[in-house]
Ligand binder design. Sequence first.
Ligand code: MN
Length: 289
Amino acid sequence: MQIGTHALVFTGTFDRAGISSAVQRTARAGFDLIEFPLMDVAGFDRDHAAAELAHHGVDASASLGLDETTDLTSADSEVAARGEQRLRECLEIVAALGGQYLCGVIYSAMRKYPEPATDAGRERSAAALRRLADRAEGLGVTLALEVVNRYETNLLNTSRQALAFLDEVGHPGVGVHLDTYHMNIEEADLFNPVVDAGERLRYVHVGEGHRGYLGSGTVAFGELFRALDRLAYDGPVVFESFSSAVVNADLSRTLAIWRNLWSDGDDLAAHANRLIRDGLHAARSIRGQ
Ligand code: MN
């Protein structure tokens, strides 16, 4: 199992200096992996990132939220094609970093939709993901579809919905990505949706209900850790937290990061690394009890 952190804990700027700082501080906080948000594909220096990762002994993954101009569910074929092309570029970046996962809201736009998802939109997205998964498989990369709350997509709000959608996609290279921040809003509990996902669970985000310090809010992380132990889950478990103290112009607005929940990303990260590892350790201790 790889314990990781989202890069926005450290920086909102992904130029060479931002990448260097984020990778170094990820290692210093004790994490195995850093997740880069690929909001600016053209501006991301993959060679520099790969060198920094190797230097610090850190693995990488990448995530993305599509937008209205790259929405795979769009009835506008140019928009959907642009989304598919964007994701192909992201896959190449993940592979260049030696990464194994491209995750996030990569099946629709990450936005509040004014209407429910349509069958035609689902089918367009599923077909595009099947094509992308063929390419991803060749690169050794898994596509993990992040289940998010109703204000950030109209397609996958629960683990069960994601599993039904995966049946439609019908490709073993596509899995589920669950996030406790979103589960806390939409699911009945944090144990059953994880266990239900089973082997199709490929990526996990650990976030507090207000997206600040883990354990300072209402999310029942013990349920998640017990479920991951029950599954013998072996994929990434990645800390995600956002504050107005670290701003990425695109992502911060999309995710509605208006409040300053912390200022010291290094302290926040070291705390999260300990809490996640201790929580998983505690879950193992009651196995079979
Ligand atoms: Mn997330």
